[in-house]
Design a protein around this ligand. Structure first.
Ligand SMILES: C[S@@+](CC[C@H](N)C(=O)[O-])C[C@H]1O[C@@H](n2cnc3c(N)ncnc32)[C@H](O)[C@@H]1O
Length: 247
């Protein structure tokens, strides 16, 4: 985890001032530097997150691994209050630039959350487990998420790379980068520069664990992070875990 913190601190620090008005690009590390996600894609992604989380106006929500804070900001109108948590202070600085006022930002590790039991109605953790290589960290993180979830609450852990579809992911990524190169003025590839580790996982690992701990869950294919008009909105090479805490 210390290594991840260093990577994201470097990233957040390096890009901070460059992206003041385009913070969400910071988090979009699949894309080439300087390319905005089209409005339609961002709208679909939020729709997909809301379908999974089912937020209501009286809910409290925390975005764990909030990075540049763009998703937390986008979900604010759908709930009563939001918070963002990240292991990287530099990323939180970016989140603060995106929502300078009345934003509750916390520095912490999802595996040891500095939060009380049953604190939130809704929890989002998006593009975060993608970097976790050690199954022990994943288990700790899920148990922590369940711990701080209120009874009857719902958590969405999104964009987990599926080990069984790695070659489909590689093909999709190659095509997406070619598309970007053709259609946009190319900057730099953020992922290659940052060397963020990506660890594919098996859906069965999660189902076995969740069943053992008797945690109700759904698994669905994730929103397509390489979405373009005409492309499928969801893909099987990524999956989302939706956890429900019993009432
Ligand atoms: C790829 S970014 C995703 C940011 C944001 N969720 C999004 O979708 O745009 C991953 C974020 O998770 C944070 N992170 C990584 N490990 C973490 C941990 N153990 N606890 C909390 N945050 C973590 C990183 O600092 C980084 O900001």
């Amino acid at each position: 985890m210390r290594k991840l913190r260093t990577i994201f601190n470097d990233w957040g620090n390096r890009t901070q001032r460059t992206y003041i008005h385009k913070q969400w690009v910071l988090s979009k590390w699949e894309v080439l530097d300087g390319i905005d996600w089209p409005v339609e894609k961002v709208k679909l992604l939020f729709q997909n997150i809301r379908d999974g989380l089912k937020p209501a106006r009286f809910h409290s929500l925390i975005d764990i691994g909030c990075g540049g804070g763009w998703i937390q900001k986008g979900l604010k109108p759908y709930v009563k209050q939001t918070a963002g948590l990240d292991i990287s202070l530099e990323m939180l600085r970016n989140a603060h630039l995106v929502s300078p006022r009345k934003t509750n930002l916390i520095c912490g590790n999802v595996c040891e959350l500095p939060l009380r039991d049953k604190s939130f109605d809704r929890i989002l953790c998006y593009f975060v487990f993608i970097n976790f290589g050690d199954p022990k960290d994943i288990i700790k993180a899920i148990l922590e998420i369940i711990r701080i979830l209120k009874n009857g609450g719902r958590a969405l852990i999104g964009q987990i790379p599926d080990r069984n579809f790695s070659s489909q992911y590689d093909t999709a990524k190659k095509e997406y980068l070619e598309y970007c190169r053709k259609n946009f003025q190319v900057g730099k590839n953020i992922r290659d520069i940052c060397l963020v580790p990506v660890h594919p996982l098996d859906r069965k690992f999660f189902t076995a664990f969740l069943e053992k701990f008797n945690i109700p869950y759904e698994i669905r294919n994730s929103f397509n992070p390489f979405y373009r008009a005409g492309e499928p909105e969801t893909v099987e090479w990524r999956f989302d875990l939706i956890l429900q805490k019993k009432k």
